[in-house]
Design a binder for this molecule. Structure first.
Ligand SMILES: Cc1cc2nc3c(=O)[nH]c(=O)nc-3n(C[C@H](O)[C@H](O)[C@H](O)COP(=O)(O)O)c2cc1C
Length: 330
């Protein structure tokens, strides 16, 4: 599996529509789902929670939980639905998550995490990976992180995704936890030095292909979250600069290719804004971008949106207001 560049799991963002859209821009990046709680997979509608379009592949399913049995069941379900990797969330800091004992608070319980990972790996042939932080609260020494990773590595885990900032549990909101604790990339570089045979992926605050190239000199892969969501066309730049693939579609091509998908989804009962909200940033930095955003915001929530309406929206955008001749850069 190529994990040189991946798009991070993000709740309310990386749903199946976003992933379908991003895959039109980039063939080579690995895409992650939003976190799906193992308990929900156990009790809920598996098809609704896990089904995805085969064109999104490769896709990794991120799960959250701390019960080895439930996580194993979720892992098996993920394999059955066709995912390419199962990732365990050990980095989410929200209060709700902590109360239910999953996410970053599990960094306090490496042996429990090891039990979970062993059980998960015992039921699947897929790679099982983890995503974590460099520390939590006052525990932010490299030794502790090293020890945590060593314990998990002993279960057979080979890929570690590290969000290079600690989590402050209980005190900060999830949003503050994405911005306030400082990024410490050195911790991640040091992990790669100390675990040269393991795959170490760096995450947090990476917004340009230049930065990616620098990180890739020191670690095996980079994961980007918000920059992919807010400026999705950065994936075209990644195709060119990181994967040496010049054959990237224009922004207009992407929208043209998205249209049949939208038509199909609308017929199945999907609402227009469930798809189009992910495209708001497509024309970021281009002439007409603010028109695109405004027009979509005003039109995508209409209740009676049908295929005709979408065609009308597309025509209006295509022929009048977005100047596609001004370069392709992200
Ligand atoms: C809206 C949003 C939702 C997120 N949801 C998840 C999640 O479900 N699982 C997870 O491991 N991280 C989640 N994260 C954290 C991201 O995966 C990533 O680690 C973080 O945004 C830092 O990367 P960035 O600076 O490139 O955005 C979320 C972040 C955002 C902004």
């Amino acid at each position: 599996m190529n994990r040189k560049v991946s798009v991070a799991p993000m709740m309310d963002c990386t749903d199946r529509h976003e992933r379908f859209f991003l895959r039109l821009i980039s063939k080579n990046t690995l895409l992650y789902t939003e976190m799906v709680v193992s308990e929900a997979i156990h009790r809920g509608d598996k098809k609704k929670l896990l089904e995805f379009n085969i064109n999104e592949k490769p896709v990794a399913l991120q799960i959250g939980g701390s019960s080895p049995n439930l996580l194993a069941e979720a892992t098996k379900a993920g394999e059955d639905f066709g995912y390419d990797e199962i990732n365990l969330n050990l980095g989410c800091p929200s209060k709700k998550v902590e109360k239910n004992k999953f996410g970053a608070c599990l960094m306090k319980e490496p042996n429990l995490v090891a039990d979970c990972l062993s059980k998960m790996q015992s039921v699947t042939k897929l790679p099982v990976t983890i995503k974590t932080r460099i520390g939590y609260d006052d525990t932010e020494d490299y030794e502790n992180l090293h020890n945590f990773i060593s314990i998990l590595k002993n279960t057979g885990i080979k890929t570690f995704i590290i969000h290079a900032r600690k989590a402050i549990l209980g005190k900060f909101t999830p949003k503050q936890n994405l911005n306030i604790p400082p990024l410490k990339y050195d911790f991640v570089y040091k992990l790669k030095k100390d675990f040269p045979n393991e795959e170490i992926i760096i995450n947090g605050g990476i917004t340009s292909t230049e930065e990616m190239k620098d990180h890739l000199k020191k670690v095996d892969g980079v994961m980007i979250g918000r920059s992919a969501y807010h400026t999705p066309y950065i994936l075209a730049e990644i195709e060119k600069q990181i994967f040496n693939n010049e054959d990237v579609p224009s922004r207009q091509d992407i929208m043209e290719q998205l249209l049949p998908y939208i038509r199909d989804e609308i017929k199945k009962g999907t609402r227009l804004n469930q798809i189009m909200r992910h495209t708001l940033g497509l024309f970021h930095g281009q002439t007409g971008s603010s028109f695109w955003k405004r027009y979509l915001t005003e039109n995508m929530c209409v209740r009676d949106a049908d295929v005709k309406k979408i065609d009308h929206i597309m025509d209006k955008i295509k022929f009048n207001n977005v100047d596609t001749s001004v370069g392709q850069s992200a």
